[in-house]
Design a binder for this molecule. Structure first.
Ligand SMILES: *Cc1c(COP(=O)(O)O)cnc(C)c1O
Length: 473
């Protein structure tokens, strides 16, 4: 290599390594193993282009540039694009936000049993095979009967998500007719699930009754006519109307509907299998309660309060569930074997009555403020030992959130770990946490980074501690 020299932009560009040259360097061998040659060649070209761009913008003629410095610059760039490429896939993150059912972070984390069941089902499994007869078996038969049992219903069917379940119910039972819904329940749940739109897409016509805050039984009664096919109730999961409000009980509504030979369908959304009132979540409808009160079909999500994987579960009368399962749409909405495996293991914990211990969502919801204070207290003591002396680490009172559109306005008291630094802004600490090998997602409140251990598994605490210590060190 010659001495550093001043060069014109054009001749500097000629000193950039070619893709082939780059790929032959020993430094790129490990990337080839990880990404394969074709992808690595793309990343290499991208890196060379980026350095070329930098040179053009910095009018490279002003600096001392050699083939060596350019090669190093390109290799540096390659490391960066490899990092980006690596981090763009699905990765584990630590949820330190205190939002239990965090839709952006994959909603419910699975129980250990559910993870093991998913792993077992990942190979060949008896999804539609009856081991005792050696013949064809019914897809999801066991988990569906367990889910029906938990709901106190005659039967159950599993589809992709609750939106799919609602769509299927409306398509099968309300197409080409009217569905009566209260104006107080025409809700939007997370951007693309809007009750009026799902109704229209299913081929049913919306018959709105009542007002936003008050709908009476007589409003429903007056709306019934020869075109009515279904009475639908929607749990307005993510918002509350408070004050001067009224709506008939499900029991009253079911009596009215059945008197008129109509079906009542309740979209419960989150739904609860066990009574969550003792965690302050009494307003979430219990699935079994809705069945007792007379709903013919109830739908709910697999990955909200149930604490399992993405799925939509419809429970209810056997003849009705059978019509859902045998309709041609079912084939487009049906769930994957991994879903049945996760649901089956989750449902087993409810049957054993160990749900609160085994299912992460319920464990997190049931953590008391005192428990969280004691965990946070020992965590902070360790963090102070490991962290920087310029950091201020304190315990403050705060609130966790149920999330997933459940129980809005519901406050779950917690104790937060608040972190600030004499010379590093909260936004920078938060960014460093997010960009760590295992990204940590935390919140910022009043210029401090706050960490809520409610959504952190105890087994993740050591890693969280090291990551925070590195970010403020
Ligand atoms: C969340 C929710 C849905 C959508 O459920 P997904 O499983 O996300 O499709 C539908 N209805 C209600 C009332 C909900 O709360």
């Amino acid at each position: 290599m010659g001495k550093p020299r001043r060069a014109g932009t054009a001749s500097v560009f000629r000193m950039l390594p070619s893709t082939d040259e780059l790929l032959q360097l020993p430094e790129t061998a490990k990337f080839a193993e990880e990404f394969g040659h074709r992808r690595l060649a793309q990343l290499a070209r991208q890196s060379i282009d980026a350095v070329r761009q930098e040179l053009a913008e910095a009018s490279a003629a002003s600096g001392d540039v050699t083939k060596d410095t350019l090669r190093d610059a390109v290799l540096e760039q390659l490391k960066r694009v490899a990092d980006v490429s690596r981090s763009s896939g699905i990765r584990k993150v630590i949820n330190a936000t205190g939002v239990v059912v965090h839709t952006n972070l994959g909603r419910a984390p699975l129980s250990d049993d559910a993870i093991a069941a998913v792993t077992r089902a990942a190979g060949y499994c008896n999804l539609e095979y009856d081991i005792s007869t050696g013949g064809r078996g019914k897809r999801g038969a066991n988990v569906e009967s367990v889910l029906a049992e938990l709901a106190g219903a005659e039967d159950a069917v599993v589809v992709n998500n609750c939106a799919a379940a609602a769509f299927l119910v409306l398509s099968v039972f309300a197409k080409d007719g009217e569905t009566i819904v209260s104006r107080g329940e025409l809700v939007e749940i997370g951007g693309d699930f809007r009750v009026p739109d799902v109704l229209t897409q299913s081929g049913s016509r919306l018959k709105e009754v009542g007002t936003t805050n008050r709908t009476k039984l007589s409003d429903y009664a007056k709306a019934v006519n020869e075109n009515t096919k279904l009475v639908m109730r929607v749990h307005p999961s993510n918002y509350r109307i408070i004050g001067f409000t009224e709506k008939p009980s499900l029991k009253e509504l079911a009596e009215l509907a059945h008197k008129n030979n109509l079906l009542v369908y309740e979209d419960a959304g989150s739904g609860a299998i066990v009574d969550l009132a003792r965690f302050g979540l009494g307003e979430e409808p219990m699935i079994s309660r809705a069945i007792v009160d007379g709903a013919d079909i109830v739908t709910f999500s697999g990955d909200k309060l149930l604490g399992s994987t993405q799925a939509g579960i419809a429970v209810g009368r056997r003849d009705l569930i059978k019509r859902l399962r045998t309709h041609s749409l079912y084939r487009t909405l049906r769930a994957d074997k991994l879903v049945y495996a996760a649901l089956e293991a989750t449902a087993a914990a409810y049957i054993r009555e160990t749900a609160e211990r085994d299912i992460p969502v319920l464990r997190m919801l049931s953590s008391t403020r005192d428990e969280l204070e004691s965990r946070a207290g020992s965590f902070v003591a360790r963090l102070r030992d490991a962290g920087s002396e310029n950091a201020t680490i304190e315990l403050i009172d705060g609130d966790s959130v149920v999330g997933g559109g459940s129980a809005p306005g519901m406050r779950l008291g917690t104790v937060l770990i608040a972190i600030s630094h004499a010379s590093v802004r909260a936004e920078v600490i938060e960014l460093k946490l997010r960009m760590s090998d295992t990204p940590v997602v935390a919140r910022i409140e009043n210029d401090r980074v706050v960490v809520d251990l409610r959504t952190v598994d105890e087994g993740e605490e050591d890693l969280l501690l090291r990551t925070i210590a590195a970010a403020i060190g």
